[in-house]
Design a protein around this ligand. Structure first.
Ligand code: HEM
Length: 243
C-alpha cells in the first residue's frame, strides 16, 4: 500500500516536474527580446557571453558584486546541493559510477553546509527588516522545504539509520517499472514526501531561476548594437510584411 502510494507520488511528481519545466522553458525560449539590453560592461563576442554566463552559473558573479552576505550563503547552499545530488546518484545507478563512489565522504559535509547556507539565507529574511517586509509566504515555503529535506536526510545519516540498500532497490524499481517495497521508516518517508513536494512546486516557483538565468537578456546578449542591428523576430516579420 505504502509502496504503491509513494511510487504513484513519484511518477506524478516527475511528470509535473518534467512537463512543467518543458512548458516554462518553451515559454522563455519563445518570448521575444525586443531591446538590446546587456548589462554593461558586456562581452562583444558569443564566446565572451558563454564565459560570462558560465561565471554567473558557477560563481554567482553578479550576486557577488551586489551583496557579499547573500552571495556567501547562497553560493554555499548551491555548491553543497550539487555535491549532495551527485552523491545521491548512487541510489539511481547500478553499478555505481567510480567518481560517485569517490565523492561519498564529501556528500555528508555537503549536507551540513547546505543547512548552514539555508539557515543564513533564512536568518536574513527574518532579521533584516526591509527583507522581511518583501518576503512572501512562498519565499519561506521554499526555504522550509529545502531545510526539511536536508535535515531529514542528515537524520538518516546521524540519528535513525535507514536501510539504504532497500531504498536503492525501491528507486531502481521505479526506474525499471519493477516495483520493490519502500522501507516503512518514518524519516525516510518524510524525506521522500518533501522531495516529491519540491518536484511538484518547482515549475510554479521562484526556483525557476535555475533555467531562467540562461534566458536573461541582460546576461545572454552580445554588446554589438553598433555592428549589428538588433531585431526581435516579430519586428522582423512586421518589417517584411510592410515592404
Ligand atoms: C528520490 C530522491 C531521493 C532519495 C531516494 C533520497 C534518499 C536519501 C537517503 C536514503 C539518505 C540517507 C543517506 C545515508 O544514510 O547515508 C539521504 C540523505 C540526504 N538527502 Fe536525500 N534522497 C532523495 C532526494 C534528495 C534531494 C532532492 C535532496 C536535496 C534537495 C536531498 C538531500 C539530502 C541530504 C542533504 C542528505 C544528508 C546528507 C547525505 O547523506 O548526503 N535528498 N537521502
Amino acid at each position: 500500500m505504502l509502496t504503491v502510494a509513494y511510487a504513484s507520488l513519484f511518477y506524478m511528481a516527475t511528470a509535473v516536474l518534467v512537463g512543467g519545466l518543458a512548458f516554462r522553458i518553451w515559454g522563455y525560449a519563445t518570448t521575444p527580446a525586443p531591446l538590446k539590453i546587456p548589462t554593461t560592461p558586456a562581452p562583444k563576442t558569443r564566446g565572451g557571453v558563454v564565459l560570462r554566463l558560465g561565471r554567473e552559473v558557477v560563481l554567482f558573479e553578479s550576486l557577488f558584486k551586489a551583496n557579499k552576505w547573500i552571495w556567501l550563503f547562497g553560493w554555499l547552499f548551491h555548491a553543497a546541493l550539487v555535491v549532495v545530488l551527485l552523491r545521491h546518484l548512487r541510489y539511481f545507478t547500478l553499478p555505481v559510477w567510480w567518481w560517485v563512489g569517490l565523492i561519498q565522504p564529501f556528500g555528508v559535509y555537503a549536507g551540513l553546509a547546505m543547512v548552514a547556507g539555508l539557515v543564513g539565507l533564512w536568518a536574513r529574511r527574518a532579521l533584516v527588516s526591509r527583507i522581511r517586509y518583501i518576503s512572501a509566504p512562498s519565499d519561506h515555503l521554499m526555504l522550509a522545504l529545502l531545510v526539511g529535506i536536508a535535515v531529514s536526510g542528515l537524520m538518516m545519516k546521524y540519528v535513525t539509520h535507514t536501510d539504504v540498500v532497500a531504498v536503492k532497490s525501491f528507486v531502481l524499481g521505479l526506474l525499471y517499472f519493477n516495483w520493490q517495497p519502500i522501507p516503512a521508516d518514518p524519516v525516510l518517508l518524510v524525506h521522500l514526501a518533501l522531495v516529491a513536494a519540491l518536484m511538484i512546486v518547482f515549475p510554479f516557483s521562484k526556483l525557476l531561476h535555475a533555467p531562467g538565468v540562461f534566458f536573461s537578456p541582460t546576461r545572454n546578449q552580445i554588446d554589438n548594437p553598433r555592428e549589428r542591428r538588433h531585431l526581435a523576430n516579430w519586428a522582423r516579420e512586421l518589417e517584411a510584411s510592410r515592404s
